[in-house]
Design a protein around this ligand. Structure first.
Ligand SMILES: Nc1ncnc2c1ncn2[C@@H]1O[C@H](COP(=O)(O)OP(=O)(O)OP(=O)(O)O)[C@@H](O)[C@H]1O
Ligand SMILES: [Mg+2]
Length: 309
């Protein structure tokens, strides 16, 4: 199972805080060059995992490698960019001074690189650290994580506190990191905030990894709402019982339904008539994702969705 291109590999990784479970038996592989979204509700174990990978805390048991070595090896830290979940930035120092200090400590970062990131994130570097708003702290945190172009970016809730436009800009930055062949692990509560940049997502809850999914595969499985409008009324029978078609409503020249899996059969049925207009909503991945949080019943519902058509 050992893979040469794994950036993270853990086996039975476990952390108890006293008798409180933080994380139990995590087997996780993060591949070179991928963006891995690490999702879960409050208290699931996301930050615990990240702190273990960075050797901020030590495991109760289990083993792991990060960039091929034990995270206790101090040299690995310099190859990682890290945004902590709770950023403690304070003091009279200006943000620009703080970033210059970190840049020097990391062996130098071109000034233009910092300026470019600040510009993209609309961050004001002349503000004193102690006076930064929550969102602006997050921006400074992101700049210091990205600026030295590390091989591996570990971002604990990077989108929190960013307004929607900046979330988009941030996701664009993440996609550029992937294009450059570097690797990203980012945590979030909400799939929607990371799905457009993630290759795979892992779902953690109550200290356990409950699923790892390919985002493209998830999208293929997801339920979407579809509407067709024709130039004349169409017979309902032609659309009934098509693979994946549910909640079918045929009203005159309009057909509305949901579809899970491939829309191929539906499209071919529609193509027998003259299509004037069609609407296909973005699949609701969140809906699938939420089933992971549910009880036995919702897990069965999920299994049904996964059945081959
Ligand atoms: N220092 C600590 N001492 C005791 N328990 C802790 C400590 N840190 C975390 N825990 C517990 O471990 C579990 C996992 O916490 P963790 O912070 O990893 O969750 P998280 O997924 O990052 O949650 P959030 O979304 O709220 O950031 C929780 O039950 C939490 O209460
Ligand atoms: Mg956390």
């Amino acid at each position: 199972m050992r893979c040469m291109t794994a950036v993270v590999e853990t086996e039975g990784l476990t952390k108890f805080y006293g008798d409180r479970r933080g994380l139990e038996d995590l087997d996780l592989e993060i591949r070179l060059g991928e963006v891995f979204g690490y999702l879960g509700p409050n208290g699931a174990g996301k930050t615990t995992t990240i702190r273990l990978l960075l050797d901020v805390i030590r495991p109760t048991r289990g083993r792991m490698t990060v960039l091929g070595v034990d995270p206790r090896d101090a040299r690995v830290r310099g190859r990682i960019g890290y945004l902590p979940g709770e950023l403690a930035l304070a003091g009279r120092e200006k943000a620009s001074e703080y970033l210059s200090f970190l840049a020097a400590a990391r062996g130098g970062v071109p000034r233009e690189r910092i300026a470019e990131l600040a510009d993209r994130l609309d961050a004001d570097l002349s503000v004193r650290m102690g006076k930064l708003s929550k969102g602006n702290k997050q921006k400074i945190g992101l700049i210091q994580a990205f600026m030295h172009e590390p091989e591996f970016l570990i971002l604990d809730e990077p989108t929190s506190g960013l307004d929607p436009l900046l979330q988009q800009e941030f996701l664009a930055m993440v996609r550029e990191v992937r294009t450059a062949g570097r690797t990203v692990l980012m945590s979030s509560h909400v799939l929607a905030e990371v799905e457009h940049a993630s290759d795979r997502v892992g779902i953690v809850r109550d200290g356990r990894l409950v699923a790892v999914e390919d985002v493209a595969a998830l999208r293929e499985k997801a339920v979407r709402k579809v509407e067709f409008h024709f130039d004349a009324p169409v017979p309902r029978e032609e659309f009934e019982g098509l693979p994946g078609v549910r909640e079918l409503r045929v009203e005159g020249a309009s057909v509305r339904c949901t579809i899970d899996g491939r829309p191929d059969a539906l499209i071919k049925a529609a193509a027998r008539h003259t299509v004037v207009h069609m609407v296909s909503a973005e699949p609701d991945l969140e809906e699938i994702f939420l089933t992971y949080y549910g009880d036995e019943e919702t897990r069965h519902a999920r299994a049904a969705v996964e059945e081959p058509a």
